[in-house]
Design a protein around this ligand. Structure first.
Ligand SMILES: Nc1ncnc2c1ncn2[C@@H]1O[C@H](COP(=O)(O)OP(=O)(O)OP(=O)(O)O)[C@@H](O)[C@H]1O
Ligand SMILES: [Mg+2]
Length: 569
């Protein structure tokens, strides 16, 4: 037998789609305030949104009738005909958000329009209006959402830790606040103000206020206007990509959205400029005719479908590529004009370059146990690095041996050397923390800051004595034993570790955690070694037990035999 669901049950089901967590409530309320024309929006949250999410705006407000009806499903002032769906410019259009929120919480709304003398207060619980009375209240809306999911214990149980939920809140707050620089926004959590974003004229000023001025210094403007789409905003310098996880923002017609497809289009021009696992920062606006975009495909409205997706892909790629080239972010010498391995340098014309290295190798410490085309060569003795003649070419150290050329990956070699130096410490129950001479304050992006605070114990296990300083800052009192205390390297290692945490790469085994720490520390070293450093690195690599393998996979070096070179030339 088919039953028509009672209204409150239908609302409860719909709420599952719209209200996933406290952050989604915050997003819907902030968007409503923007749609209502507010230029000042204050958000107050308690217990990461579990107990209170309150949004105060100075927008148009509602009259008594609307204040009562707004909690009903499909109650919207934003569209009235099917044609309106074709040209949506407001955030809202479904008339579902407040109904969904009121189905899973206790809502108190106070509102007044400019032209009204008194306002109205409405209490709505489980989709039922409990109270409606006149009240004196400022122009605009105050919506307070209490005890989210109090009537759906299973959903409440699925909420993450306070720090994790707060991170989502900050993320949503930023996504909305970034789209409207002219509007003042503030965010207060448990009586502590986290953000106070002044109204500004330019988008880049809002980025600076929200993400920090240091990020802005690494951005370059994108601007391309085509008949199909207008692409504007900023993309990051590739050399800064290590720091920018979480700073990927894509907006279409002023609305934040996710699109792995467009993300790929933005990242394509960065290929070869970034190390594996790095993502450039971007803040890109696509403006297109609303009739060619469908925002209707996901209830949270974070997915958008373009009619001319492939063309838009090409346009976005071209726009980003142009910006990278114009700002000289694309290397023209290292990658394009010079071959990676300069074979002529070891040709017959330059015999002085080729110094036969001494052989000084203990096979017990170099178990070349992997298979592969060079397996046979790997059984052979390796060059000693003491007097090895080598040179650094791009990402590689190239050394000459009796048998041919040895090509060492700088990154992978560093990983292996770091791994061997960190492992004994991580294997300890209480890792040795080396106190820094002075506490080191490090500023993080808002998201990274919350992630760091949430995982202070993880950093402790790695040997970082890290504490919260508030306002996106953390302070380090100690570092893992064996780690260089050079400031930039430490900062970058932290950021790399945060990126690994986000990708779920931490917490499985000690070996994997050590590999992640080693990888992060190696990634943080952007500089290529000098000749002397390269010699030391190769020597240290040869001293490692499994010197041929990188702890995160792959080889640390390979050898091209003389016979192979003969075949090539
Ligand atoms: N802060 C506000 N100020 C003035 N009016 C508001 C405010 N919030 C909501 N409203 C009114 O309540 C209606 C219902 O809001 P609700 O968020 O449920 O739906 P919507 O915004 O129209 O669509 P969507 O479900 O897509 O968000 C809105 O259409 C608007 O008229
Ligand atoms: Mg809405």
């Amino acid at each position: 037998m088919i039953n028509v669901l009672p209204g409150n049950l239908a609302n409860l089901i719909a709420a599952g789609e719209v209200v996933g967590r406290p952050a989604s409530v915050l997003k819907e309320l902030m968007e409503n305030s923007i749609d209502a024309g507010a230029d000042n929006i204050s958000v107050y949250v308690e217990d990461a949104g579990r107990t209170v999410i309150k949004v105060i705006d100075n927008g148009s407000g509602m009259d008594t009738e609307d204040a009562k009806i707004c909690f009903e499903r499909h109650a919207t002032s934003k569209i009235s005909s099917p044609e309106d769906l074709e040209k949506i410019m407001s955030y809202g259009f479904r008339g579902e958000a407040l109904a969904s929120i009121a189905a899973v919480s206790r809502v108190v709304l106070k509102t007044r329009r400019e032209q009204d003398e008194v306002g109205v207060e409405v209490h709505c619980t489980q989709s039922q209006i409990q109270l409606c009375q006149q009240v004196s209240t400022p122009k605009g809306c105050i919506i307070e959402v209490r005890d989210l999911f109090y009537n759906t214990p299973a959903r409440r149980k699925f909420l993450k830790t306070e720090a994790a939920e707060l991170r989502h809140i900050v993320q949503e707050f930023g996504r909305v606040a970034l789209t409207r620089p002219q509007i003042a926004f503030s965010l207060t959590h448990n009586n502590k103000q986290l953000y106070n974003l002044r109204p500004v004229q330019m988008f880049v000023q809002r980025i600076a206020d929200f993400c920090g001025i240091s990020l802005v210094k690494e951005l370059a403007a994108v601007s391309t206007d085509t008949s199909l789409v207008n692409v504007s905003g900023f993309v990051g310098n590739p050399t800064d990509a290590r720091k920018t996880l979480g700073n990927q923002y894509l907006f279409v017609n002023g609305r934040y959205f996710r699109s792995p497809y467009i993300h790929k289009a933005i990242c394509r021009p960065y290929e070869d400029l970034l190390k594996e696992g790095q993502t450039p920062s971007y803040f890109l606006f696509l403006d297109a005719d609303p009739s060619r975009i469908d925002v209707n495909i996901h209830p949270a409205k974070t997915e958008v479908k373009f009619e001319d997706e492939q063309m838009i892909f090409e346009i976005v790629t071209a726009a980003v590529r142009q910006t990278l080239a114009r700002n000289a972010f694309t290397p023209s010498i290292d990658f394009e004009t010079a071959p990676t391995i300069d074979f002529p340098a070891i040709s017959k014309e330059a015999p002085h370059f080729v110094v036969p290295p001494k052989i000084d190798f203990d096979p017990l410490f170099n178990p070349f146990d992997f298979d592969g085309p060079h397996a046979q060569v790997q059984q052979q003795p390796l060059p000693s690095s003491n007097s090895m003649d080598l040179f650094v070419q791009g990402k590689y150290i190239i050394a000459q041996s009796d048998h041919g050329l040895m090509i060492v990956s700088v990154q992978k070699a560093r990983e292996r050397v770091f791994y061997d130096s960190f492992f004994p410490n991580l294997a300890e129950k209480e890792p040795v923390v080396e106190q820094t001479l002075y506490p080191m304050t490090i500023s993080l992006s808002p998201e990274n800051h919350f992630l760091a605070i949430e995982n202070i114990d993880v950093f402790g296990r790695f040997g970082f004595d890290l504490r919260d300083l508030g306002q996106n800052d953390v302070v380090l009192y100690g570092l893992p034993s064996g780690m260089s205390c050079e400031r930039k390297g430490v900062e970058d290692t932290l950021i790399e570790l945060l990126s690994a945490l986000r990708r779920g790469l931490i917490g499985e085994t000690i070996a994997q955690d050590t590999a992640t720490l080693a990888h992060s520390a190696a990634m943080s070293m952007q500089n290529m070694p000098t000749k002397a450093e390269a010699q030391l690195l190769v020597k240290e690599l040869m001293d490692c037990r499994q010197c041929a393998e990188a702890p995160t996979g792959g080889k640390t070096f390979t050898i091209i035999t003389n016979e192979e070179i003969d075949k090539l030339i």
